[in-house]
Design a protein around this ligand. Structure first.
Ligand code: AMP
Ligand code: MG
Length: 413
């Protein structure tokens, strides 16, 4: 089968995978469920925010001209005619020689054009002494200074972060239209693989991949559908894949069964039931990745080794999920780092090395987290990033600069 499917470079494989996905159709959700998702509608402001001109300080609403020349030794003296709390309005006007006591957020009363904060005043019965003159507009927030009625505030395609949630709430949008979340079916394969809660038996290993992959699906905004474990035979795998398709999936993930071993049935089933687009990518870990379609559903056949399954997911399933969510920035963020360990690479694949990262004097330092075997999940557990070693590099001395794809951002949430 190898001759039929030439090994692809990472970029070419990614391009072919991404071409199979489109942003999913919109659904209407409560505003909090829009977090991390992408708007499919333009949102315009149907009112000004703030809706009324109001005070930014607790103090006295005044006519600025009445405070002209006021100072510590020459206070202006105004009669307090009203007390206005936030949340209320008044028709009482500030006329020359008067002031209205006012609390932050309360609308500026008619006649007033500035606010003197409490700290610059002293109260004496119905009088207030003002120790500092204020210009027109001081401590006043103008109606519409944040958002103007009719303005396009959030264009379609905007990703909803907490600040967008706050803006949507301020504008009174209880529900919004966003791309729906992709449903991702996850099926493990292998006669040796047993469920998370099965008692251990000789020759068996627990199903790590379905869980790490499901966690990745969740992290990137998809809905995982756990389909269990298929045995290494064509009939069982075919039946489980068919059952999974019935549940409605936008992406099908399998793990294992895609290398050159005798029991590598995923490739056979994919070829028999659907079509295989490519197999094998010039990368390590993750080489025996298969991609194809089953009844119109794209299927990524991830390798079985636990680190390979995760790394192949990061590189191919993650951007596919983000694209279905309507996102356009699909690359994983990278940083430049100094690699503290020297390394050798014996082949012409792109290597992704598990590293921990520490920032020292503004420079990231990357250190290998241990054995880089594709079955060594612990070095993935200890890693914050994957150092990318280009195909043409055969060795790097300690201290060389590398790009590191961040798995997460410590200290940054
Ligand atoms: P395969 O690609 O099926 O030959 O699997 C490669 C290696 O990954 C074998 O050692 C498998 O035992 C291991 N493996 C396969 N599937 C899983 C799984 N779901 N969880 C943990 N390890 C697995
Ligand atoms: Mg297997």
């Amino acid at each position: 089968m190898s001759e039929l499917y030439p090994m692809l470079g990472v970029e070419e494989a990614l391009e072919r995978v991404l071409a199979a996905f489109q942003p999913l159709e919109p659904e209407r959700v409560p505003v909090l469920e829009a977090l991390g998702r992408v708007l499919t509608e333009d949102l315009l402001a149907d009112m000004d925010i703030p809706p009324l001109t109001n005070t930014a300080m607790d103090g006295y609403a005044v006519r600025a001209a009445d405070t002209d020349g006021a100072g510590p030794d020459r206070p202006a003296r105004l009669r307090v005619i009203y007390d206005l709390a936030a949340g209320y309005t008044t028709d009482v006007a500030v006329r020359p020689g008067t002031a209205i006591r006012i609390m932050t957020g309360a609308p500026l009363p008619p006649g007033a054009d500035a606010v003197v904060q409490f700290e610059d005043t002293a109260r004496e019965g119905e009088w207030v002494h003002i120790f500092k003159g204020v210009p027109v507009g001081r401590n006043v927030r103008q109606a519409g200074e944040d958002v103007q009625r009719g303005a396009l505030i959030l264009p379609r395609g905007s990703e909803v972060r907490p600040q967008e949630v706050g803006m949507l709430a301020a504008l009174g949008h209880k529900e919004v239209w966003v791309h729906r979340r992709p449903r991702v079916a996850i099926l493990a394969t292998g006669d040796e693989v047993i469920e998370i809660d099965a008692p251990w038996q000789p020759g068996k290993i627990r199903n790590a991949n379905s869980y790490s992959n499901a966690a990745q699906v969740l992290r990137y905004g998809g809905v995982p559908l756990l389909l269990g474990i298929a045995r290494d035979d064509v009939a069982d795998l075919t039946a489980k894949i068919r059952a999974g398709l019935e549940q409605g999936a936008d992406l099908f993930l399998t793990s294992g069964g895609v290398s050159v071993g005798d029991f590598d049935v995923v490739k056979q089933v994919l070829a028999a039931e659907g079509e295989m687009a490519f197999w094998r990518v010039r990368m390590k870990p993750g080489k025996p990745l298969a991609f194809g379609h089953l009844r119109g559903v794209p299927l990524l056949g991830l390798p079985g080794n636990p680190v390979s399954a995760m790394v192949a997911f990061e590189l191919f399933a993650r951007p596919a999920i983000l694209k279905m969510l309507g996102k356009t920035r699909l690359e994983k963020p990278t940083v430049e780092a100094v690699l503290l360990d020297g390394i050798r690479s014996k082949d012409d694949r792109r290597h992704y090395l598990r590293v921990s990262l520490e920032e020292r004097e503004g420079v990231y330092q990357a250190r290998l987290t241990g054995d880089q075997g594709s079955g060594i999940l612990l070095s993935m557990v200890r890693a914050q990033g994957l150092a990318i070693i280009p195909e043409e590099v055969d060795h790097l001395p300690a201290g060389a600069r590398v790009r590191v794809m961040m798995l997460d951002w410590p200290e940054r949430g």
